[in-house]
Design a protein around this ligand. Structure first.
Ligand code: AAO
Length: 512
């Protein structure tokens, strides 16, 4: 009875913090710019069998088509209406994806662009992904419909109408972010149009929302929209389940708007996480892995149960947003795998794995001039399918970090150790560190420039374990290294500096 009451209470009041993944599925993956057809296939053939909890998808609503430059990835952050057609697919394909993913227990999280419509210079016409007419100059979006009355121009106090000063809270929330037409979320009419859009997605079966540019909306306006949302579709979710909410608030410190301002609505993206982890693993600013002993709140991050964490995201992997050059990405694959391994082993936060496309990165004066390049596409502008190679990697310039053995196996590791405490920390005072998760899993890193050979306490039951970084357990054999844990939990680990991946991870489901 007591437990039932507690669950009821949790269900009613705290729903928006709960990721709504199935039990023992503890991470989601951002399949950036993937087509809905490919996501449906990926749920069935790869994500479900490997324990992924869900997928963050690119914005599904109609956006402006930009031709200069040619269809940049960021055109999808310039809405024209809430109709469900984009380069990723139409509404039929969207419904098919959500249904098929839900049917194999992989949930869909929508990137909700609700702060604004397209840029002020987007012109007029029907150059939008469903062909809807719009006029950016007169702020006319008949397909919603919105008109000039539905934007914040009268509220914005900056000279240009754009955000000029991030230290001025009203400006950040009432003026235009990089000239994007700023919706008047104080109006019930606007709130209702947005809630209709999100409720349509809920009816189809999505499990939650990334709230784009949340920093640029007043927390109480976001709340007023969320208060209009339905419970999730009872075909796949228990009655009374609220959508999972994670708000994109970039808070690296130094600005008056804080991530904590948004806790009342749901979780927030913790941008300090990737920025700091990248700095530590790169060994910049005198940082060492030994300092990660109190990683999490001890580093000034938001509370674990309010955090959505990631090594990199679609913005900061190409110099947009925040985090700067310390951010690790697939371009630095060896360090990236270590950072991902650390994140997925550590109990802090709810974890999101990035899955990218390759682009012709080209630096001029320290800036990537190709930071705009959109997803792999055909001459007619359609996005290329994600092809799968014989070795399980992806073709057509899809990077598929989530399929890299080391990352995929650490997603499984996190599921296996779910709920177990952070334990048995060990370090050498430098960049050799290790920790366990109760008696279920253990990970050890050598990011020093010299070989490592140590005996440490793993906390695990005696036995022979397969390292899930250099290989994995297959047919009761290890395809990579083996680790022998003795009766007292101790084990010997040797990691030379010249190995492919300078870390080892073991868990009870990879025990022979
Ligand atoms: C494009 C063009 C623009 C054009 C516009 C309209 O690039 O030139 O004016 O169209 O025609 C994406 C792209 C944008 C693109 C936009 C629309 O990134 O380039 O604009 O689509 O197509 C801020 C926001 C944050 C936002 C981030 C990119 O706070 O919400 O900028 N991210 C989301 C999405 C993103 C998308 C949008 C929002 C818009 O993830 O993909 O934009 O829907 C400071 C602030 C941050 C601020 C950054 C960047 O960060 O704190 O809040 O993020 O500046 O302006 C240090 C500081 C750190 C600081 C950082 C950078 O690290 O510690 O605080 O430096 O200065």
């Amino acid at each position: 009875m007591g437990v039932y009451f507690l669950l009821l209470f949790v269900g009613l009041c705290w729903g928006q913090y709960n990721p709504n993944t199935l039990p023992k599925r503890t991470s989601i993956v951002h399949l950036f710019e993937w087509r809905w057809q490919d996501i449906a296939l990926e749920c069935e053939r790869y994500l479900a069998p490997n324990g992924f909890g869900g997928v963050q998808i690119s914005p599904p609503n109609e956006n402006v088509i930009i031709t200069d430059p040619q269809q940049p990835w960021w055109e999808r952050y310039q809405p024209v209406s809430y109709k469900l057609c984009t380069r990723s697919g139409n509404e039929t394909e969207f419904i098919d994806m959500v249904t098929r993913c839900n049917n194999v227990g992989v949930h869909i999280y929508v990137d909700a662009v609700i702060n604004h419509m397209c840029g002020a210079n987007a012109g007029a016409g029907d150059h939008a992904t469903c062909g809807s007419y719009f006029n950016a100059k007169t702020e006319d979006f008949p397909a919603v419909p919105y008109s000039g009355w539905d934007f914040n121009d009268h509220k914005c106090k900056s000279r240009s109408g754009n955000i000029e000063d991030y230290h001025d809270i009203s400006q950040v929330r009432d003026c235009r972010l990089v000239s994007l037409l700023d919706l008047a979320l104080g109006k019930d009419y606007v709130r209702s149009r947005i809630a209709e859009y999100l409720n349509h997605l809920i009816d189809i079966g999505v499990a939650g929302f990334r709230i784009d540019a949340a920093k640029h909306m007043w927390p109480e306006d976001v709340k007023a929209i969320l208060d209009k949302l339905k419970d999730l579709n009872a075909r796949w979710f228990p009655a009374g389940t609220k959508p999972f909410i994670y708000q994109e608030v970039i808070d690296l410190g130094g600005e008056p708007i804080k991530g904590s301002d948004y806790f009342g609505n749901g979780r927030v993206t913790e941008f300090k996480y990737g920025a700091k982890l990248g700095t530590v693993i790169r060994k910049w600013n005198g940082e060492k892995m030994a300092y990660l002993k109190n990683w999490g709140e001890g580093w000034g991050f938001v509370p674990s149960d309010r955090a959505l964490v990631f090594v990199d995201n679609h913005d900061n992997q190409r110099g947009h947003g925040a985090g700067g050059s310390s951010i690790l990405t697939f371009w630095d694959s060896r360090l990236y795998k270590m950072a991902s391994g650390f994140m997925l082993a550590h109990p802090y936060g709810f974890t999101r794995v990035m899955s990218s496309f390759r682009w012709p990165r080209y630096f001029e004066n320290g800036r990537d001039i190709n930071d705009w390049v959109g997803p792999p596409s055909n001459a007619d502008g359609s996005i290329k399918p994600v092809t799968i190679n014989a070795d399980t990697t992806c073709g057509n310039d899809w990077v598929c970090e989530h399929r890299w053995r080391q990352i995929k196996n650490m997603v499984i590791f996190r599921n296996v150790v779910d709920g177990e405490p952070f334990s048995n920390w060990w370090d050498n005072g430098s960049n050799q560190v290790a920790f366990g998760r109760g008696n279920k899993g253990f990970i050890i890193f050598n990011n020093d420039d010299w070989n490592m050979n140590v005996y440490v306490q793993t906390g695990l039951p005696a036995g022979t374990y397969c390292d899930v970084i250099s290989g994995q357990k297959e047919n009761n054999k290890c395809t990579g290294k083996q680790v022998f844990v003795s009766g007292d939990g101790m084990a010997n680990f040797q990691i030379n500096t010249d190995v492919e991946d300078p870390f080892i991870a073991i868990h009870v489901e990879a025990k022979l």
